[in-house]
Design a protein around this ligand. Structure first.
Ligand SMILES: [Zn+2]
Length: 484
């Protein structure tokens, strides 16, 4: 009896401790400063500029022999005509023929410069889907309050609105406090090695380091996390590593009329099935933990109770948060997606060698070598070889308490009412990871509101951006450049 009473007593104490922790957790304040924008945007002017930018087909292709570089040259000329004041007041360095680096001198040379980034290239239209578009994808047509076209969301909006903001400020006679750079690479969609990487090389040679770097990345939306009712602005403070691996498996060849127990293609299938079943171990790195704890403040009491007490509820949280195939799962483990496979060229010839390619996103706390170790275990007993086609480790993590982050957060809240700003881990890649050695504050954010159901338009059919978003982006960049 006495033990039962002690047990009940301890349980009550535990529950009370957990409730107190939850109450303290709820009271922690998020940055509350709101920076209002007083920009007046000429809507028609900037909309027309974005429409014209969409009409220039700056399409990236992994096989660069298929890329039409004349369109990239056209784009540079287009910018010169569309933004005459920028081209009068800023220095332009053209890097590797098609990438652009603008430099605007600020008042205070003792301050480190700031950098705003985007990319000029867009992805192609998937063959056979052209007619699914409501308007031709490179027409830049205006329809129902939206500009349609490839590149509207990803990411010519950022180039055009950031430039329009600077053009407006120059017109008003504003000079920024610190130097401002604009960096637009021309091959982000295929890895950024000819654009952003060369820009960084140039900056390193000039010994320039940055107070902050702001590139494309998270957006603003509601409903992305079911238990959060508020609108959320997702600011990427880090991105997962990126790897493409080709796994080649060799087995007996010969005539298909007398097949062995396993062909090399059979082994490939086995390996893929095993990979899908035996995933890499879940992890809870600091970057995800910080995101969850800030996001938790916007959730209901029950969720807060779990998040405030992760010291005891972590296993439950990991289970609920990381259902297979969800964003939650991608935030908690290294993902491995088999995407391509090759075997025999003929139906009646056994393949001596078959191969498959996986696209992997490496979580903080894991590494390229751990990834290869995992795949090697899966292929144990097979005659296999792993070719590394691309390997980038997880990025550094930028501080969600830096002065720039706080200012960014205030500018977002000034434009988007009642919005929570959340530092998050990007599961996709951007150009700005190449800048992490020349700035410790690297953030990934595009200041537009995209409803969840519209997210699939990025890289997809009927990509479009609302006029409201276009003007909000100009206001955002104007305020940011004035305040930074
Ligand atoms: Zn992009």
């Amino acid at each position: 009896m006495i033990y039962l009473l002690i047990g009940i007593g301890l349980l009550i104490v535990l529950i009370v401790i957990m409730v107190i922790r939850t109450i303290l957790f709820r009271q922690k304040e998020q940055y509350s400063e709101i920076i209002l924008s007083n920009s007046k945007v000429n809507k028609d002017e900037v909309v027309k500029k974005l429409q014209d930018a969409i009409k220039i087909k700056t399409i990236s292709n992994s096989d660069t022999s298929k890329t039409n570089y004349q369109e990239f040259e056209k784009f540079i000329i287009y910018l010169k005509n569309a933004f005459p004041l920028i081209h009068k007041h800023m220095d332009l360095t053209i890097i590797n023929k098609y990438s652009l680096l603008y430099h605007w001198k600020g008042k205070d040379q003792s301050k480190k410069p700031g950098m705003i980034m985007a990319h000029i290239d867009v992805v192609p239209i998937e063959q056979g889907t052209e007619s699914d578009w409501d308007v031709p994808p490179f027409s830049g047509q205006l329809k129902d309050g939206y500009v349609y076209g490839r590149g509207t969301m990803d990411i010519k909006i950022q180039i055009i609105t950031a430039m329009q903001a600077c053009e407006n400020l120059i017109k008003q006679g504003v000079v920024p406090e610190r130097d401002i750079y604009l960096s637009f690479g021309h091959d982000e969609e295929i890895g950024g090695r000819e654009g952003a990487l060369k820009i960084v090389k140039h900056l390193k040679k000039e010994k320039i380091t940055f107070e902050f770097v702001l590139d494309e990345g998270g957006a603003i939306n509601s409903g992305a996390i079911p238990s959060v009712k508020k609108t959320v602005a997702f600011v990427g403070v880090a991105e997962k590593g990126y790897s493409n691996l080709e796994i080649k498996i060799t087995a007996e060849g010969g005539h298909a009329s007398t097949p062995p127990a396993n062909t090399s293609l059979g082994f490939v299938s086995k390996a893929i099935c095993k990979l899908e079943k035996r995933k890499m171990k879940k992890k809870f790195p600091l970057v995800t933990r910080n995101m969850i704890s800030i996001l938790g403040k916007e959730m209901n009491f029950m969720n807060q109770y779990i998040i405030a007490n992760l010291w005891i509820t972590k296993p439950l949280f990991m289970k609920v948060f990381s259902k297979p195939g969800t964003n939650g799962e991608a935030l908690l483990r290294t993902t491995i997606a088999p995407t391509m496979a090759k075997a025999s060229m003929e139906p009646n010839v056994l393949p001596q060698c078959a191969s498959f390619t996986v696209n992997c996103r490496i979580l903080h706390g894991d590494s390229g070598s751990k990834l290869i170790e995992h795949i090697s275990k899966i292929c144990k007993g097979m005659d296999y070889k792993i070719n590394i086609l691309r390997m980038e480790e997880p990025s550094k993590v930028s501080d969600e308490n830096s002065d720039f982050y706080k200012m960014l957060s205030g500018v977002i809240k000034g434009i988007y009412d009642n919005t929570a700003v959340i530092p998050y881990l990007m599961v996709a890649g951007t150009d700005c990871r190449k800048f992490e050695n020349i700035s410790k504050n690297v953030y990934r954010f595009t200041p537009y509101y995209i409803p969840l159901e519209d997210m699939k338009r990025i890289h997809g059919t009927n990509e479009r951006i609302s006029i409201k978003n276009i003007t909000n982006c100009v206001r955002f960049f104007e305020t940011l450049v004035k305040k930074c």
